[in-house]
Design a protein around this ligand. Structure first.
Ligand code: MF3
Ligand code: CO
Length: 275
């Protein structure tokens, strides 16, 4: 986990609670701008998803849109990541590298994208169908989006991190789907990945039981990102050293939003990635 290197806006020394940065109103305003850019670009990319398009073409569009927005990719160069977006198809869960693969009718595709604007990151992801897809794939997509929305509704000041994890897990299990255990959401701000890690499950070693983990405070900014599968929770990393796929070949979906914790419902800083 990176150390906070920014000087803060003004002369403010960043305030931390339980090791988690609390953003000022000004900082949240900056993150709102980053989030808006991310949401707009993801929406545009989704509009281009159709049978016949190459995943690399989506990356090219993202590069152009980012430049027009005056923003910079959060992902490109991150631990050597070679592209601007992640595109993960069918059994691929996260971190798929855009390339020559052509999307086909019946596929489901996850677009994950982050941008830095005025020193702050926004990060979001959606899974969408390519043309007509089967009923199981549609139900998986709906359940993953629903799990994110349930997690967001749980994420208010006074709740604990484990409450978010438990909400995601029980929502997924009630619909017959599994939750990926080894990848988590994260705090976000001047760094794409800040503390805390935000698990999507309650199982050890990474999970958190309800009522446990750090207390959520107004001003925390979090990227929540449930990943669900139609099969098991185990994953493998591909030969490119990035692409994470389900071990059993089952389908995976992934939704992510960057949010700001408040006393009542959190603010979704990347609102508008899907209708
Ligand atoms: N949304 C993902 C995350 O938060 C994307 C990171 S991809 C990487 O971890 F290439 F930047 F690593
Ligand atoms: Co993320």
């Amino acid at each position: 986990m990176e150390k906070h290197t920014g000087t803060g806006r003004g002369d403010r020394i960043p305030y931390r609670h339980d090791g988690i940065y609390i953003k000022s109103e000004d900082e949240i305003a900056a993150m709102r701008r980053a989030g808006r850019i991310v949401a707009g670009i993801i929406r545009k990319l989704c509009a281009h998803v159709a049978p016949g398009i190459r995943t690399r073409e989506l990356d090219v569009i993202a590069v152009k849109e980012l430049k027009e927005a005056g923003a910079v990719s959060s992902f490109k160069g991150y631990h050597g990541y070679p592209a601007t977006i992640c595109v993960s198809v069918n059994d691929e869960v996260v971190h798929g590298i855009p390339g020559e693969r052509i999307l086909r009718e019946g596929d489901i595709v996850t677009i994950d994208f982050g941008a830095i604007y005025d020193g702050f990151h926004g990060d979001a992801a959606v899974t969408v169908p390519v043309g007509r897809v089967n009923d199981l794939a549609l139900r998986l997509i709906e359940a993953t989006r629903g799990a994110l929305e349930t997690a967001i509704a749980t994420a208010r000041a006074g709740a604990r991190l484990g409450d978010i994890a438990a909400a995601i897990e029980s929502y997924a299990h009630a619909r017959g789907f599994s939750v990926i255990r080894e990848y988590t959401g994260h705090g976000i701000g001047r760094q794409m990945h800040e503390d805390p890690q935000i698990p999507n499950c309650t199982e050890p070693p990474y999970g958190l039981k309800p009522g446990t983990g750090p207390l959520l405070k107004k001003g925390m900014t979090l990227a929540i990102e449930p990943m669900l599968t139609t099969g098991g929770w185990r994953t493998r990393v591909g030969a490119d050293n990035w692409t994470v796929s389900t071990l059993d070949g089952s389908l995976a979906a992934h939704f992510e939003h960057t949010i700001a914790i408040d006393d009542t419902m959190p603010e979704v800083l990347t609102e508008g990635t899907y209708a």
